[in-house]
Design a protein around this ligand. Structure first.
Ligand code: SAH
Length: 266
């Protein structure tokens, strides 16, 4: 019999990528196939979950803003409990585990319980969005810096970001969880000196059959986000690097569903 690559009683935190199962690493796929229990976030693609063995228990522990969420402590306890019971535990997170994934909290909690934990990286949403649009997140001479930033504010709190530092015309901003804050992002970056016509690319459901991309400019971002974005996860890219989109091959070339790609400029 093939040797399982997850030792019983250990946990693997795995980046499940942006949704398309073809964007999983080979290692992630092998680990998923070896799991006895899989705890997964809301943004983990359905196609990824289909790779789980039929005998594995699939446990949703998703947190999407506005909907029911399990608190982080109870997720940590579930992971530790399953590992202690001798299971081969996989914890699947959308994108890369180390980018706005609260991986550190889970790793620390498992260490406190004396449970071995390993990490398998994944493709982050910004990489998938850029690939779909045929842009490079960095651009020689024009975009020398790439900043991953979350625009998620705690309920009832103002978004607390260093807008002056972010408003650098030679930087590409990859803004996660920025849909609700789009008006603030636009207003504050303009106030901090970014040009009104700075190009913006919004990508919803990157890498999935429902993917949609919308180009706009910084001063129109609030209006654009409100009118075009739906319920799916959305990533906002801002900066000169996103000005020139190119026709590129379809990311989901081997998926069974043909992708009705929508590309709108507004
Ligand atoms: N660890 C993830 C990010 C988790 S934060 C990663 O590396 O991608 C959740 C945010 O990521 C969403 O609100 C959205 O801004 C972005 N996101 C995740 N998957 C996405 C997708 N398929 N398309 C667009 N944005 C996505």
């Amino acid at each position: 019999m093939k040797e399982p690559i997850i030792q019983p009683g250990t946990v693997w935190l795995i980046g499940a990528g942006p949704g398309d199962p073809d964007l999983l690493t080979r290692k992630a796929e092998k680990l998923i196939r070896a799991a006895t229990v899989i705890f997964y976030d809301a943004l983990v693609g359905k196609g990824v979950l289909k790779l789980a063995p039929r005998s594995a228990r699939l446990v949703p522990v998703g947190k999407r803003s506005g909907s029911h969420s399990r608190d982080q402590c109870s997720i940590n306890d579930m992971l530790a409990g399953a590992a202690r019971a001798g299971e081969r535990v996989v914890r699947l997170k959308g994108g890369d585990v180390g980018i706005f994934g609260r991986a550190a909290e889970e790793m620390d909690a498992l260490a406190t319980h004396g449970i071995a934990c390993h990490v398998c990286p994944g493709i982050t949403a910004a990489s998938a969005a850029a690939a779909s649009a045929g842009i490079s997140l960095t651009l020689r001479g024009l975009a020398r810096k790439l900043v991953f930033v979350t625009a998620h504010a705690k309920a009832g709190e103002e978004l607390d970001l260093d807008w002056q530092a972010l408003a650098d015309p030679k930087t590409t901003l990859a803004i996660y969880m920025g849909k609700a804050a789009a008006p603030v992002i636009s207003r504050e970056l303009l106030k901090a000196g970014l040009a009104a016509d700075t190009p913006v690319l919004q990508t919803e459901n990157a890498s999935l059959p429902e993917e949609r991309q919308f180009s706009t400019r910084l001063d129109l971002l609030a209006l654009s986000a409100k009118s075009v974005l739906g319920d799916g996860p959305a990533l906002i890219l801002i900066g000169e690097a996103v000005r020139q989109r190119r026709a590129v091959s379809d990311l989901s070339f081997s998926s069974t569903v043909p992708k009705p790609k929508q590309t709108l400029f507004n």
